[in-house]
Write a protein that binds this ligand. Sequence first.
Ligand code: FES
Length: 100
Amino acid sequence: MVSGYSIAMETRKTVTVCVNYRANPDTPSCGARGGVEIAEALEAAIDEWGLPMAVERFNCLGMCERGPNLKFSPGGGFCHGVHLEDLPHLLEKITAFAQD
Ligand code: FES
């Protein structure tokens, strides 16, 4: 039994962006195809818009061939083949997910 403690668990919604970089061009990686730039753009836009979302940078979501990849959590699924040009659409999706 725990007494005298208040344990608060925050379940903040998160968009996880793969930024894994592999220098070998024969081995695909999200970082080599714009993952870092996508993470930076999302961080800036989410901050500017004041959305209740966190951006997490991660090294490999296990779907390297389909990247750049990102994942919405909890339970929001994946986006594959994301590019900076997709940012407006992504922000619509993130806004809807944040308010869900
Ligand atoms: S390098 Fe991004 S999913 Fe593996």
